[in-house]
Design a protein around this ligand. Structure first.
Ligand SMILES: [Zn+2]
Length: 68
């Protein structure tokens, strides 16, 4: 683990597919990053998890919001 990859997602982070707020970040080799909303993370997640070097999943925050 490096501190450089520990940045939390915030509401400035947007899904690369639909511009909704991003809740999952896939870090790939060579410093590439893909950000996805919950919907697109589910759609693309299986493939990306196989190649990602690190995954930040904050979709648990969605359920927290839903409960509030
Ligand atoms: Zn999306």
């Amino acid at each position: 683990m490096t501190t450089a990859t520990a940045r939390a997602l915030n509401n400035q982070d947007r899904c690369d597919r639909c511009q909704a707020q991003a809740y999952v970040r896939f870090e790939l080799e060579k410093g590439l990053e893909l950000l996805f909303c919950n919907h697109h993370a589910v759609q693309h997640g299986e493939k990306l998890k196989a190649i990602a070097v690190n995954v930040t999943d904050e979709t648990h925050r969605l359920t927290e919001i839903a409960k509030a």
